[in-house]
Design a binder for this molecule. Structure first.
Ligand code: PEP
Ligand code: MG
Length: 589
């Protein structure tokens, strides 16, 4: 990634263009480290002020816990009692405990910001506790982390008043990093686009940017120190370029490109009612990936034939408590009803890795390899009430519209069996309560997104009603490349023969077993790959709704027969660079 200053004074930065489109607007610099815990020195003269800021976060946390205590008081039985004890312990930790005293000492003696001081003290206590193996102590450590996370959230929420909520219209966000939860909080009507220092091409932040139609460039080294609030910034998400203080000629050139994109969009809209059919008559089903309810309108506007991947994490993000069955039901119903009877594939909770829900923080804090840890179906099978509450909401919404259940990050048949048993158990319980549920029970499918699942696809196909191939994680786990790390982004390559062979093997296993197979990773929404995916036998693709019209246009311009020939040639190739060249040649021709 590079940067340079042009003679007129404009600064040009190159990064990873992750969501196409052009935004031109005033810079809004988001507090550094919204998502990471930043550590920065503070002047000695500001130490007292920092202690006051920390005290305010302690007071806010204490008030929030008092509110939770009042709610817990309404719960009856052992669960209410246990929660009561836990909250009381939290309350004690907020008044003069080692945690609070330790944070104050870090601020005073090391002159660092309060967020970093909380982080440092939690780690410090963790090191002391690590020496003890007592399970009671281990549980206390989780509580301390929980209180620490709450303090940091409150410090950030109070912040400098510089939050994503209050913005000039068309603002371009500039940040160290935006988490998926931060991105979910962006109002696309208010924000033009964004650029960040950290973040990889298939991170969930990138995926959300594409879904929201927000031009975005990630992995822009040195950006944050070079831009001031209010300076004009151009974000070119197609080229992966950020221009600060552009010259009038540069602005004019980008405005012309914006106008050309608008003309192209209008042309694409005319495809809405036309089928996604190749020139030699093969019909392809195109569905939308949805991660936020606000994307529903776009899915309908582009004529998606259902939601192929509903990432249910949205119902768990940006909140401190877990959503109840009824809350989840309400959230799912709004989406499912909005699709007017089109099928909706609801993926069960996929948190862990880079996708975090604060209410579940205690399960994840300080894991060395979160992507290999307690993520997705692993968490669901371990936290049964969490899983069964979600399944209950899905089964209930299934009474009103066609839904399917999709299990994330499966690696073995035993996970599918356990999940199916949970579905049956929850269904029985709901029926006993006289609650209407899907009848027959919804199909249960598996994400093929680990090499294990792909290689065991023939066995999994016997246990599953359908497959959905998640190439984002499949690429990450196969190549051992973190999809959200900009430092290795150049090595992230879904065209690597290892990845292609896994996709092909899983697709063929599904076709042999006569179960449905779709592909819902980001490859589905990139027209460069369309011929290859159809050539491998895929007939269902699910993608960001904003990508769907271009994929439909590509399919309508393509002969399947030629795509199959190109795919056969590609699958002989051991060299990813040659694969890429063959594909580009085909796409040009
Ligand atoms: C994938 O891994 O390809 C996928 C679709 O799931 P997610 O991007 O939500 O991990
Ligand atoms: Mg995935």
């Amino acid at each position: 990634m590079s940067s340079r200053t042009e003679p007129g004074g404009e600064q040009v930065f190159d990064g990873l263009g992750v969501a196409p489109g052009i935004a031109i607007g005033p810079a809004h610099v988001v507090e550094p480290g919204m998502a990471r815990v930043p550590e920065y020195p503070i002047p000695r003269t500001r130490i007292d002020a920092e202690l006051v800021r920390f005290a305010a976060a302690v007071a806010d946390s204490s008030e929030q816990i008092r509110r939770l205590q009042r709610k817990a008081g309404d719960l009856s039985g052992a669960a209410g009692e246990e929660l009561g004890y836990l909250l009381q312990a939290y309350q004690q930790m907020l008044s003069g405990s080692r945690l609070i005293r330790g944070v104050e000492t870090h601020i005073r003696e090391r002159a660092i910001n309060a967020e970093a001081a909380v982080n440092a003290e939690v780690r410090h206590i963790g090191r002391d506790f690590a020496a003890m193996t007592d399970p009671y102590i281990a549980a206390r450590m989780a509580d301390i982390r929980d209180v620490g996370a709450r303090l940091i959230r409150n410090l950030r929420a109070a912040g400098t008043g510089d939050t994503i909520g209050e913005l000039p219209s068309g603002a371009v966000l500039i940040a160290d990093e935006l988490s998926p939860a931060d991105t979910a909080a962006i109002d696309p009507a208010q924000v033009g686009g964004f650029a960040t220092v950290f973040g990889g091409p298939e991170s969930h932040t990138a995926i959300m940017a594409r879904s929201l139609g927000l031009p975005a460039v990630l992995g822009v080294a040195g950006l944050i120190n070079r831009v001031r609030a209010g300076q004009t910034v151009i974000v070119d998400g197609g080229q992966g370029r950020v221009v600060i203080d552009p010259s009038p000629a540069t602005v004019a050139a980008y405005e012309a490109r914006q106008a050309a994109l608008r003309v192209e969009q209008r042309g694409l809209q005319r495809l809405r009612k036309l089928p996604a059919e190749t020139r030699d008559g093969t019909r392809i089903t195109l569905q939308a990936n949805v991660e936020l309810p606000s994307e529903l309108a776009m899915a309908r506007r582009v004529g998606a034939e259902g939601i192929g991947l509903l990432r249910s994490e949205f119902a768990f993000m940006n909140r401190d408590t877990l959503p109840s069955e009824n809350e989840q039901l309400a959230a799912l119903s709004a989406l499912v009803q909005g699709m007017d009877g089109q099928p909706v594939t609801i993926r069960t909770l996929d948190v862990g890795g880079e996708k975090l829900a604060h209410a579940l923080d205690e399960h994840f804090a300080d894991t060395a390899n979160p992507a290999l840890g307690l993520r997705a179906i692993r968490l669901s099978l371990q936290q049964r009430p969490l899983f069964e509450t979600q399944l209950a909401a899905i089964l209930r919404v299934g009474a009103t519209a066609p839904v399917r259940i999709l299990l994330p990050m499966v690696t073995s048949v035993s996970e599918v069996r356990q999940a199916r048993a949970a579905v049956t158990r929850v269904a029985r319980r709901l029926k006993r309560r006289g609650v209407a549920i899907a009848d027959p029970l919804p199909p249960v499918g598996v994400m093929i997104e680990t090499p294990a699942a792909a290689l065991a696809a023939d066995g999994l196909a016997f246990e599953s009603d359908f497959f959905s191939i998640g190439t984002n994680d499949l690429t990450m786990y196969t190549l051992a490349i973190d999809r959200s790390n900009e430092q290795v982004a150049h090595l992230y390559d879904p065209l690597h023969p290892a990845v292609l062979r896994l996709i092909q093997f899983a697709t063929e296993a599904a076709l042999r077993a006569r179960i449905d197979v779709a592909l819902c990773g980001e490859m589905a929404g990139d027209q460069r790959y369309t011929a290859l995916l159809l050539g491998m036998g895929l007939r269902e693709l699910s993608m960001a709704a904003t990508s769907l019209p271009r994929i439909k246009r590509r399919i309508r311009n393509m002969r399947l027969e030629a795509a199959v020939r190109c795919t056969q040639a590609i699958m002989q190739q051991p060299d990813p660079a040659r694969v890429s060249a063959l594909l580009d040649e085909f796409n040009k021709g």
